[in-house]
Ligand binder design. Sequence first.
Ligand code: G4P
Length: 532
Amino acid sequence: MTAEPAGPEWARRRTYAIISHPDAGKTTLTETLLLEAGAIRLAGQVKARGQNRRTQSDWMKIERERGISVSASVMTYEYKGLLFNLLDTPGHEDFSEDTYRTLTAADCAIMVLDAAKGVEPRTLKLVEVCRLRDIPIITFINKMDREAMEVTDLLDDIQDKLALDATPMQWPCGSGQRFRGVADMARDEFILYRRPSADDQDPVASERFSLSGNSITAELSDDEHAEVREGVEMARELCPPFIEQSFREGHLTPVYFGSALRRFGVRELLDAVAEVAPGPQPQAATGPAEVLEPGGKEVAGFVFKVQANMDPNHRDRVAFVRLVSGSFRRGMKLKTDHGKQLTVSNPILFFASDREIADEAFAGDVMGVPNHGVLRVGDTLSESGKWRVAGIPNFAPEMLRRARLKDPLKAKHLKKALESLAEEGVTQLFRLQVGGEFVIGAVGALQIDVMAQRVADEYGIEVVFETCPYETARWIQGAPDKIDAFIDRHKTAIAEDIDGAVVFLAKSPWEVSYSQEKWPDVVFANTRERAT
Ligand code: G4P
């Protein structure tokens, strides 16, 4: 048995998410991290393809019983005396506003870049979301076993596109066929990559050599050795040094290199997360005080995602609650910030293998709370019901669709259905001021499909979500005269969101920039906090 570290339970939580552009290797890295940490033991999983390639675990049982896909939502493992909650950020076709919202529940992010591609558009978007709370980002440059961009170009790309100082913690030697490993700058060591044979899928055991010792020269050619030493020297002279405070404040990212597929560099990444990722932080809130402290007495948390049952006959929902304060115990009575009380007798706690601690959860943990639609995204749950956590916004949609009814007599029903599902966070909902048409907004196509399916299944309404001239939206704010003038000039593109806030529907992101230039006194906000 490992000795329990001193200090409160919450202080050993590390809650983080992995962000990347599709295909950079997030799924492969997730599996490899869990394998390295000893949280899962499976062979062949990585080789499975497509939809089935999900990390499986005991939680699948919950999934089968409830018909709700929760298994990949949070993955918990222990490593070096710490307890890690790895939050899933859906990508590919299941990319949705949930992906952004999940980042509001994380204290740290690993950004995975494809070494041949650098910073790609989706990564940029996700980093913008991390920026809202300045969460620290650790970078993993993946696929070094394939031809990569120059290291300096990769670092410049991070610096230029993300405005983040990039500090290489390692310096790679070659890439693709010529990839030999990475220098560990802090320890002045070289971690050797031994290329597996063509059909060998086993992980590559990493071997360390002193960079200045003799044995390294037996492994690397003179040229390779010189290349590494030059790279390390240049990085030490020219790259910003690692300053923990800048990292914690979200201004600097430490950069690691490797191959998730070959399991090379993954242990070093795991160690880095253990070493520098922050534990639960105080959370801005309104209520009895301005912040909720992770060590506070009162249990409080917020809902960052609600998942509906796949079976339309079940009204079950699971609300994912990130705890920010207190020690939760099964059976506790909690209240929402709008006064609804609920006994949390059957929470889903994600400690798959250790049932003994599954009856309690602490700040930093995530629990699934089954309910019948009482809990909405953005709700705060606490013992007193007096708290409201700040910083769980709605995000500007990246696709908009107009709702067209097949039977115009169902207009009232449609309004109710769309409002109720938008309340739940399935998509956003806007109503055009001129004409009163409904437009739904999403960041991923899946949200629109889910909306259509649920309107049909749960309300029996046939509705088509058709393309419309608008692509994105911004909440507009400013002095009333300026806002009125803007609205007057853009009447047909003005709508209200579900809380009655005024929204400008734009034909393209370019139109947003253009309008911003023309109307400097109007704020075009790309997020909005839900009203209480
Ligand atoms: P994602 O979740 O970020 O979308 O990426 P995923 O892990 O699914 O990886 C995308 C593809 O990249 C996969 O290829 C995966 O095997 C490969 N990959 C991931 N990490 C590495 C790496 O370190 N080195 C190399 N060479 N490849 C890597 P795939 O299974 O062939 O997928 P597909 O292209 O058939 O979809």
